[in-house]
Design a protein around this ligand. Structure first.
Ligand code: AMP
Ligand code: ZN
Ligand code: FE
Ligand code: FE
Length: 279
């Protein structure tokens, strides 16, 4: 059996691995294919494609967009994205600017709490276009202002904690349209982690192509539940580890294994979308 891990982050967003690390780990785990799905970014895709080609691992260019529906945050994965599509790149550049401004606002709130962190320290540490709360947390630990990442989130960064800043989010429908416009396949990420069940039919109406049934934080029962949803609504099935690097002393990549046949179905859907885009 061949397997894929279709949900990975790199240091081009809030992951810690670089393109070479991802390709090397994928090869070591015996993965046939991987997808890079950085938050609001495709910056790492060209280098990871190259590293994977050298390692004999198939690479799928992806992204993970933050969106909302009925006030609840949700994440949409895009697969087989054309990473050179100018209007897609212009749109995600806007989300990256929103992220950068949000970092400045979070730092300003920390400073008001007499926590002497600078935005430049966060940006230097993040060293990417799509910084997020994990980078603020790491900078707090690095500066000795928090003992560890959990403390940083618990004291300051979790939703409704004093340095938390809400993030502008596009609607789920707009995110699906944006992925399609870039010739990508639109997949609802980790539905077991968000309150999105009610909204799935309306996303299907907006063109949702698939649903991430297998995920590190899905129990076997949760995966089964979403496999039934996919079957009922004729959605494609994906899965991935959502690896941001090491997890409890081990690399998370490869711990969720999607049977390769689903990659072929995704690719067929991507070809169809591409045809529709060019018509
Ligand atoms: P952001 O996109 O800036 O809102 O940051 C979201 C990211 O922060 C998620 O992808 C998680 O990886 C991470 N995160 C969210 N909550 C926590 C938490 N309580 N502890 C550690 N990491 C978290
Ligand atoms: Zn993340
Ligand atoms: Fe996510
Ligand atoms: Fe993710």
């Amino acid at each position: 059996m061949r397997f894929a891990d279709l949900h990975l982050h790199s240091h081009f967003s809030d992951g810690t691995y670089g393109p070479q690390d991802l390709a090397a780990h994928a090869q070591r785990c015996g993965l046939a294919a991987i997808a890079l799905t950085d938050h609001d970014s495709v910056e790492g895709c060209p280098a990871t494609a190259q590293a994977c080609a050298a390692a004999g691992v198939e690479f799928i260019a992806g992204t993970e967009l933050t969106a909302e529906q009925d006030g609840d945050e949700l994440h949409l994965l895009g697969y087989f994205i054309n990473t050179e599509n100018p209007s897609f790149l212009a749109q995600i550049a806007r989300f990256q600017t929103v992220r950068q401004n949000r970092i400045r606002e979070m730092v300003a709130r920390l400073n008001r709490l007499n926590v002497p962190l600078s935005a430049d320290a966060v940006f230097a540490l993040a060293n990417c276009q799509a910084p997020g709360r994990p980078h603020v947390a790491r900078a707090l630990v690095q500066a000795g202002l928090c003992a560890n990442l959990d403390e940083a989130f618990d004291r300051f960064l979790k939703k409704h904690r004093p340095a938390w800043v809400p993030k502008f989010k596009m609607s789920a429908d707009d995110a699906i349209a944006l992925i399609h416009q870039a010739e990508g396949v639109a997949v609802l990420a980790h539905p077991g982690l968000n309150r999105t069940d009610q909204g799935i039919p309306s996303m299907v109406e907006a063109g949702l192509d698939g649903i991430e049934c297998f995920h590190t934080k899905h129990s076997a029962a949760t995966s089964e539940c979403y496999l039934r949803v996919a079957d009922r609504l004729h959605l494609l099935i994906t899965g991935g580890s959502d690896c941001h690097g090491m997890n409890k002393g081990k690399p998370l990549i490869g711990t969720v294994r999607l049977p390769y046949q689903h990659v072929e179905l995704l690719r067929a859907r991507a070809a169809q979308i591409k045809g529709e885009c060019r018509r």
